[in-house]
Design a protein around this ligand. Structure first.
Ligand code: GDP
Ligand code: GDP
Length: 496
């Protein structure tokens, strides 16, 4: 299941530093009056009265072209509003035929808007056919616009989504171009696609055109299918190299820094069950452990550096030491574990050298004590995975990788605003609020970020959620969406 080790620079995408002519192009399509202009204006941050209010106005709007800002994403956005009004008769197909080729040829992506209040309209299906015919390879996000009712709970998301599915373009997202609700979900859908596109463009561009990249930017990549960055940390001699070599199934991990490359920018890469894993700073610690012969503590500073670059941190402990010391973690190990969680990384604890525990009873004790002790030192996250292995005997390394990948996927999860708000209504009735009259009302709940999952609770009035309330929300999120074992963040904002 493993492949060759390669050494590469890291290449995060920073859209703000990409030249405009290289940015991906997203065209907004849909029948008249679904809200294309409204969305266009929101994306280019122009809020003037560019949206016409009469459903059948015949004002000719030129198709508009602008640079969209959506979180840290930048892309060229085309508003095809002019397409339908360019001619006054005939079907959309006829009216747009002339302009189709040139505009669609410039777009790699489309946001296909429908009006959720009107349901699916015959013209929506016509737009769909038109796209299939003229842009068969284009990547499409279906956006159900005017979805205010889905966010405040008065409308049914399931019913709306079932309609939108009939278009045959997959999972729809709910947005409201006018109020800005759901922009996070639009971001979440576009980001992995745009990022993949940008990576391929920049990789091709690189040799000829330096300087489009910012090497030190820390832009986050949204998609859990993109390479996972794993840091294996632990004290010297706990078995990190041995574990790594069994993972790689060959002794090829010792890739030292080549001339001209800084040690920090080096990473080793391998594949596990079809998934690319980058080992963060591995060359660095391999060097260190060789140089620092025999020191008893791990370098907290170095480990901190590694974990800042990692998505998931595997902290390796020595089972024999644990059974002797009757303590799972030494001070330094506790510090690293806490730092990993505080920095919002996924954490997997690996207890190595289980083969050295000859008696069943000792084995059982260790297996029972470690998870408990971790829970005590990191009370803010429940269910941190612990894997017991023997790297030397080649037992358990696949389990380590499964936990690492599982943790990463949870860490990347993104829940749609509509889904979260349905959940919120249920969960609010479950919570026993201390003081009923002073009870803060959470109006909306939305995920603003993945990696790690970060949420904002919009609280009405000037009230504030207590720590108990926040803990309750976190616990409920973990239980209801299977997010145990990873750090979750909840912020609160007041809304009128
Ligand atoms: P276009 O023809 O597709 O460009 O649609 P417009 O952007 O001109 O919008 C058509 C109408 O829908 C206008 O009256 C907008 O005010 C309204 N509209 C656009 N977005 C929304 C939305 O998110 N919610 C609601 N309620 N109305 C919207
Ligand atoms: P590192 O400093 O964390 O990279 O640790 P190494 O991988 O170099 O291992 C340190 C020592 O522990 C070596 O002598 C290994 O052979 C030994 N070792 C590693 N894993 C195991 C294990 O699972 N069982 C036993 N008995 N010894 C191990």
């Amino acid at each position: 299941a493993t492949k060759e080790v390669r050494v590469e620079y890291e290449k995060p995408v920073d859209f703000t530093k990409v030249k405009k002519n290289l940015l991906p192009t997203v065209i907004l399509v849909g029948r008249p009056n679904v809200g294309k202009s409204a969305l266009f204006n929101r994306l280019i941050r122009r809020r003037e009265a560019l949206v016409y209010n009469t459903p059948d106005d015949h004002v000719t709007r030129d198709f508009r072209d602008g640079i969209a800002k959506l979180g840290d994403l930048r892309f060229r956005v085309l508003d095809s509003a002019g397409l339908e009004t360019a001619a006054s008769s005939g079907s959309i197909l006829d009216r747009t035929a002339g302009m189709t080729a040139s505009i669609l040829a410039r777009s790699q992506f489309a946001v296909f808007l429908i009006d959720v209040r009107a349901g699916l309209h015959p013209l929506d299906l016509e737009v769909g056919r038109w796209l299939r015919k003229h842009a068969p390879g284009i990547n499409i996000v279906v956006a159900m616009n005017k979805s205010e009712s889905l966010f405040d709970g008065s409308g049914s998301l399931a019913a709306a989504a079932a309609e939108a599915y009939r278009l045959g373009w997959g999972d729809p997202i709910a947005i409201s171009a006018e109020t800005g609700l759901g922009m996070q979900d639009l971001y979440g859908s576009l980001k992995p696609m745009l990022e993949d596109y940008m990576l391929s463009v920049l990789n091709n561009q690189e040799n000829t055109d330096e300087g489009n990249f910012s090497d030190d930017s820390s832009c986050e990549i949204e998609d859990s299918k993109l390479p996972l960055q794993l840091a294996i940390v632990g004290k010297p001699n706990v078995g990190k190299s041995t574990l790594l070599n069994t993972l790689l199934q060959e002794e090829r991990v010792l890739v030292g820094p080549e001339a001209g490359l800084t040690r920090d920018s080096i990473r080793a890469e391998f594949e596990f069950q079809g998934r690319t894993i980058y080992l963060v700073d591995t060359a660095g610690w391999l060097q260190r452990t060789k140089m620092e012969k025999g020191p008893s503590s791990l370098s907290i500073v170095q480990s901190r550096k590694s974990l800042m670059r990692a998505h998931v941190v595997a902290l390796v402990l020595d089972a024999e030491e644990i059974s002797k010391a009757r303590r799972s973690m030494k001070h330094d190990e506790v510090v690293i574990a806490r730092q990993a969680i505080e920095e919002g990384r996924g954490l997997v604890v690996v207890v190595n050298k289980m083969d050295l525990l000859k008696e069943q009873e000792i084995c059982d004790n260790v297996m029972e004590a470690v998870p408990q002790e971790i829970q005590t030192v990191i009370p803010q996250v429940t269910g941190i995975p612990v894997v017991f292995i023997s790297a030397l005997e080649g037992r358990g390394q696949a389990a380590v990788m499964h936990q690492v990948i599982d943790t990463y996927e949870k860490w990347c999860s993104r829940l749609s605003t509509a889904r979260l708000n349905r959940w919120l209504r249920k969960v609010m009735s479950r919570h026993s609020w201390k003081d009923q009259s002073a009870q803060p009302k959470v109006k909306y709940f939305t995920q603003v970020k993945a990696r790690p999952p970060t949420f904002v609770a919009f609280v009405s009035g000037k009230k504030e959620l207590s720590d108990t309330d926040i803990r309750f929300l976190k616990r409920s999120l973990k239980e209801d969406f299977d997010l145990g074992g990873i750090p979750i963040r909840i912020m609160q904002r007041n809304v009128p």
